[in-house]
Structures are given as structure tokens and as C-alpha cells.
Write a protein of this length. Sequence first.
Length: 401
Amino acid sequence: MPSKNFDTLASAWSTTNGFGGLRLLLALAVVASHAFPLGFGEENLGNSLSRGQTDVGTLAVCGFFAISGLLITRSALQLSPGRFICHRALRILPGFWFALLVTAVGIAPLVAGAEELAKDKFWNHVHGPWEYISSNWTVGINQQGISGLLGSVPFAGVFNGSLWSLAYESLCYAGVAILAAVGVLRRARWIILLLTSFSFGALIMEAVTYPLLRAPTYALDRGNLDMPILGNLFAGHLLALSFMFALGALAELYRENLPMNTPVAVGCVVLFLVSVRCGCFSVVGLPAYAYLLLWVAMRAPAALRKIGRRSDYSYGIYIYAFPIQQLFSVADFTRWGFLPYFLLSAVSALAMAVASWHLIESPALRLKKVWSATSNFTREPEPRGTAVTGAKKVGSKNAIV
């Protein structure tokens, strides 16, 4: 048996892992990073330190995708494709739809009052609140503003800029569902390794076009993809996020072979820090970062392991913080400086997340059994073997199965 310091991911896995706590920290990191452009018109936190390669908000979103890649792949290995799709829809859509409604008829009217827009012009605008909901309900964000509001803030015209990543995550979910349905996840995991290698090669090709390999994590000049339902996706965003998601998926598929040891983690810390400052972050820093997230989740202290076991507020914080920060910016809460603005935004987003979880998200998740019982496509797959030994016992809600 391997020593405790040289466990594999499979042997280090515990139902009381630290993924829930990590996701909460990542959500708060997004709030902190967004506070600079939304409240003060400055660049995202950490962008200068990395010399334009990344920032705290980008790192947080990439971290979400790496964690999701592992947990979503684990879910797909446990469930039939039909049930997997049901579970993903119930986890994402009810909370997302409620956030659209709260933003359109709750937050936007407050902004309209602060910016002195007449009620009839607000409700009857060609791009008004109802159009905001109808244009965005499929997760693809096709309307960013509401009734021409938010003209008085540094980040003008956008009510919820955080929602953009949900389309990319939904596309990753769809890819996992297809790969599970055709048997790739169970019988041909090498295909995932090959696809990830192609993505890695594309990141290398991207990096060599920049001085000192300092390519931004999200390349903005590589065109876009017009996807059905999901809308317009930037190819540069998709490359980085799908790569991180694939790294998480590989970690799950090769969990018996992936070491979780301290020397590797220390090496990854060095690679991460050097690449952030010196260059080649997208090629070296992103894989190192993905490994560190998994290592921290496996080695997390007891206090961090307790977070998110019964209530997952990270999603709610992520989808509510941006419009709240915009509202507080309109109200000039920024006059007190960064820290009060950030704390007020974070606490308010957490309050909305708590309400969303208990009123919308958790009740929706309880519908999984009902939906599965009435579906004709929910026959569970045969066990994969040692690679998923104990997977059925993942009882914490942060397992998102």
C-alpha cells in the first residue's frame, strides 16, 4: 500500500473532500476580482502581476472548470446518459432562471430608480426586462443590458457578465454526455487523453505567437463559434476552459495512476508562480494549477471539508454577485473604497445564494428522483471496475451527481 504522502487520487479520495470549500473560495475570488473593473474602472485583480497572462477572476473560472471536469465525469460514469442530462439540467437551470428573474424585475428596477429612468420607458423598452429573460433563458447570453441602464458605471451596460461561462460549461456537459453514451469514458479513455493533447498543442501554438510565451489565458483574437442554443462562443475562451475541464476529466479517468503527493504539489507551486510572472502560463501554469486544486481538495483540513457538504452556495454567489456589484456601483458604495465595497457585495451575494439554494436549487435537486422514475432513458450503466470503486458512496452534495 502506498504511503500517505504518495497516494493516488483513487486511494486519497474521500467523501469529505475539500471541493465544496474550494468552489466557495473560487466564487469569492471572482467577486474580489470583479470589484476592480465594476467599482473603480480598473483592470481585474492580478492582471498586471501576471503581465497580462491571467487574473484572479480568470483563475477562479478555470478552477471551476477543472473541478467540474472531474466531478462531472465521475457523475457520467455512475449514471445513464439520460439521467446524467436530467441531473445537470436540474442543477444549473432553475437557479439560473431565477437569477434572470431577480435581475430583471428586482435589481434592474432599483437601478432604473437610481438612474432616474421613467417606469414606462423601463418596462416598455425594446430591450427591456422581459426581453432580457426571453433572450437569455437558454443559457446563451444574447442580451447583456436592460432598458439602456447602467450608463453611469465604469463597466457600462452589462447586468450580469458572470453568466457567460455557463454556456461553455453546458457545452462541456454535452460533450461528456455524448462520450458517455458512445462508451468512450468506460472503454476508450485514451480518446480523452488524445483530445486533451490536441488542446494542449493548440495552447502551445497560441503561446509561441506572443513575446516570451506570455499568451493571455483567454485569447480574444481567435474568432468565435455560433452555437445553436448556446449562442456566440469565443474560440479562445473555449480552448482554455475545455482544456481545464479535460484535465479534470483525465484525473477521474486515470485516478488510479495519478499521484497525490507533496513533492509533486511543491513542484507545481513553483511552476505556477514562475509561469505567472515570467511567461508560458497557459502551457505550464494551467496544468500545474489544475493539479494543485485536486491536491488541496484531497489534503484539505477538516474545516474546509465541511463546507458545501449539505448546502452549496458557490453557484449562487457566482450568478448573483455581478448584478449586485453593478447596483452598488450605481449607488456609489465605492466611495468607501475597495474593501467595504467587496465585503458588502460578497455578503449580499451570499445572502442571495442562501435564498436561491433553499428556495430554488435544493428543491429542484429533489426532483431528480421523480424525473428519473418517469424517464425511459435512465437505466444505470454497468460498473466500470476499480476505477469507480466506491464512487456510489460519494454522499456529499459537492459531488454534484
